[in-house]
Design a protein. Sequence first.
Length: 377
Amino acid sequence: MAVYLILTAVVIMTAMLIKKTELNTEYARNMCIHRGMKRQDMVNLIAMLTIFLGLFLVSALRVNVGNDYASYVEKMHLVYSNAYVITEPGFNIVTYVIYSICGSEQFILVFAFFSFFTVLFFMKAIWDQSEWFILSFGMFMLLGYYFQSISTVRYYLALGMALYSIKFVIKKDWPRFAVVALIGCLFHFSILLILFFYPLARLKWKRWMYGVSAVMCLSCLFLNDLYLKAALWIYYTYKNTELNTGTSITAIARCVAVLAFAFFVLRDKLKENRTYLFYFHCNLIALALYIFGKFLPEISRLGYYLTVTQILFIPAVIKNIKDDKKRKLVTVLVCAACLVYFVMYMRYDAPRDGVRILPYQTILFHDMPPILSDKGY
């Protein structure tokens, strides 16, 4: 646990050095060359590189850490052996190419590939889209998104790509949005859901749309068997498996709190600002899914594509609080809530089956235990 605590403290303190303005954002976009680099731009660049390297190295150098680590090593072995595996084509191609270039089963490099791009997409998305970088990044760390990416490799790469794609949704750059989603589906099919949910959340809803949504939600109470069959037809990999259904009270409470907070602060701006309205609709759809779609397999993963917007939305809402004292008080409360969540996550969730990111082990000091193909049973 010490590795994670030190990493979290170091990267958050480093992020405090970053001062994001429209000017230095433009410099960063143009590599700070032809217009000259200011001192703060250099600080930003060094801080971002330090944060990226810290997150990347801790993730890339782990061994047998994460719920799916050993099963992924087994799948990589089967891919290299030209056997059938159920994982998506992107995972299989990356594995086969890396193993072929190395001439041996270098699974550490495959995990490093996923670590690199997962951190890259999340960091790029937060930098480009957050109105308050340090708070968004702090929430990214303290709410467990980074640490969950160590446990659930393919899904969190897709989640990072989904968060990155939001900027194209806001701009209505649908071709680029579709390209990101389609590339993401090569690593986890579930990202295809954003092709429906994100454009829906981008719309300015009419009253009749809220009525239709309410009817759809209520229909889940009577037609859940039909909807479950449709979901399993789309996600066929869950057929004939033990379905992880049900929802989290914590997830529901977070959605309710975020929606109420945003509505109270942004009553007028919600109608005018399409970005805020998009975030609001994402959390509203997530709330409906958590309450009425709890019979669906892996509902938490479906909801994360929508609730991940909270790390962008909450800082934006806080920035819109006009009273300085209230804004500081709310900031303290949000940071305290995130810190409590982080402590509870590390204490109870991190070591348990299904996550298993503790204890942390690294290739520098530990070896990979034999996988199923090595043992033969």
